[in-house]
Design a binder for this molecule. Structure first.
Ligand code: MTE
Length: 308
């Protein structure tokens, strides 16, 4: 079954930038209080202090409201508004993440321990969905390598597999056979250890809203958005390339690597351009989503058409 359909962003869904700015100016006093009542309730406490990261893009960030109300989290449904609408049914406290497999010291971490594991940074990242839309998102988190080093990967650890919580009673989407649940993603070990691959706990300085993958998710900004798995409960270091949920669903469409590449089209649509949410005109998609200087070296000598 084909899951992703080409982007259908109605121009009326797109608010011109000027209007956003004006809307922000208007969000004061009573208006801000009323709006705050509509914001998602996070079960987690406030985030510890965080620092500004040298890895942030200078691109203008999308608004909080855009980021929390238009996205994919198929566990809540396949429409872009479903995650925001149904996210209240997910319970993120208590929450643990198990790190096992080819490691010397397998461990289970609770979320408070994870929050204290390394200094948190605000990373403003470009985010390019495989469907052709993009956003700029101020995540709060730290490099995934901080966690992986804690469990001491063995020499057999060639890949890292990530798994989302399986809980059909909390995730209405898991009651339907849209994907072979639970959602699984994977990275090669050098990709996982790259400083740009981060574990995310917060958004715009606040705990991550459920619809964005609370309480802990990945962000891998040089890859299409579906690699950035949400609400992670299990991380396994493995010798063989993991079988991912999207690869299982359509191997000719969603390759294991899924690096953003404007030169390799999706079988059903072009990847040459993208629509930044909030902008009217399309912009050119950049190789590795603009992170080539940092990551291209990991793919030297690889045929990126074959390993798409
Ligand atoms: N993770 C899980 N568990 N389930 C999903 O459906 N969707 C992916 C990714 N992570 C998804 C997921 C896709 S296709 C995208 S584009 C991003 O989440 C979108 O969410 P964000 O805007 O919060 O990053």
């Amino acid at each position: 079954m084909s899951i992703y359909t080409p982007p259908r962003i109605d121009p009326s869904e797109i608010t011109p930038e000027g209007l956003y700015l004006r809307r922000r100016e208007l969000m004061t006093g009573a208006a801000a209080l009323a709006a705050a009542a509509l914001l998602p309730k996070a079960e987690a406490n406030a985030l510890p202090t965080f620092y500004k990261s040298k890895y942030s893009t200078a691109d203008k960030a999308n608004s909080y409201n855009e980021i929390i109300s238009y996205n994919n989290f198929y566990e809540f449904g396949t429409d872009k508004g479903d995650p925001a609408e149904h996210a209240g049914s997910l319970h993120t406290n208590p929450w643990t993440v198990e790190v096992t497999g080819e490691v010397t010291t397998p461990k289970r971490f609770d979320i408070d321990a994870l929050l204290k594991l390394a200094p948190l940074e605000e990373r403003i990242y470009r985010h390019r969905c495989v469907e052709g839309w993009s956003m700029v998102i101020p995540w709060v988190g730290y490099s995934l390598s901080n966690l992986l080093k804690q469990v001491q990967p063995t020499s057999k650890a060639k890949y890292v597999e990530f798994t989302t919580l399986m809980a059909p009673e909390q995730f209405p989407g898991q009651r339907q056979a849209v994907l072979d649940w639970p959602y699984v993603e994977g990275l090669r070990i050098d990709e996982a250890m790259h400083p740009l691959a981060i574990l995310v706990f917060g958004l715009y300085g606040k705990p991550l809203p459920n619809q964005n993958g609370a309480p802990i998710r990945l962000s891998v900004p040089w890859k299409y958005g579906f690699k950035s798995i949400k609400s992670i409960v299990k991380i396994r270091l493995v010798e063989q390339q993991p079988m991912t949920a999207w690869y299982k669903a359509a191997p000719n469409e969603y390759g294991f690597y899924s690096n953003v590449n404007p030169e390799v089209d999706h079988p059903r649509w072009s990847q040459a351009t993208e629509r930044r949410i909030g902008e009217f005109f399309k912009r050119k998609t950049l190789m590795f989503n603009g992170y080539g200087d940092e990551v291209a070296g990991m793919y030297k000598g690889m045929d990126l058409r074959r390993y798409f």
